[in-house]
Design a protein around this ligand. Sequence first.
Ligand code: ADP
Ligand code: MG
Length: 243
Amino acid sequence: MTPVLRCENLRKSFRGNLVLDDLSLDVAEHEVVALIGASGSGKSTLLRCVNLLEQIDDGLIHLDGEHITDPRVDPDRVRRKIGIVFQAYNLFPHMTVLDNITLAPTRVHRRVRAEAREQAMSWLARVGLADKAGEYPDRLSGGQQQRVAIVRALVNSPRLLLLDEVTSALDPELVGEVLTMIRELKGEGMTMVLATHEMGFARQVADRIVFLDGGRVLEQGPPEEVFGAPRQPRTQQFLRRIV
Ligand code: ADP
Ligand code: MG
């Protein structure tokens, strides 16, 4: 079966600093992959390259078998099929929750506004935030804001959801509600790649753990293998430090 995402031999440097070093990674449909690794190992850069927010220097990225790093490809069209959520400050402060969510569908999709709002409301209801539709972001908790940001990434019905440390900026008591939402999305079959420091969560939700070290995939496997019996000394060292 064609993987949803195929990254082949990616290379990316910032001013001579090699950040992705011959990195290859496939993600199958409905698979949840957790990227772990020290700060600076390339997790965010990989996600940004997949969403075409950064340009790779070498290699190929395929989405559903389409070569999306072909220079002739329209990046906006590709981004509609990929949802991405960052660590924090995702929402526009001067817009209501509902407007934040429908901005993309109405502008980019040129879909009927009513239809976009209907879909947004149905998503908000599913995550228990229907009563917040008319609120401004600063009236919501950090956890609620982040759930709204995830809803916004979902309204285009993406093929792939990229989550970059989406709980890192949250107070500890708010992390759970966001993780619960991600777990529910997994239950619905959403294909996801998430960069995370939450090893306990990665262990629970991910089908595969990918350990990045210096922009390379140093080790990968099912959570019980990578966490339970890491093979590489650097993985062992990283997990000893973080757990
Ligand atoms: P991680 O998400 O694993 O912490 P990043 O992908 O953010 O790692 O960063 C990997 C390396 O790339 C770091 O050394 C970082 O400083 C560098 N880097 C990331 N983005 C840029 C950029 N826009 N310009 C210059 N260097 C960058
Ligand atoms: Mg990062």
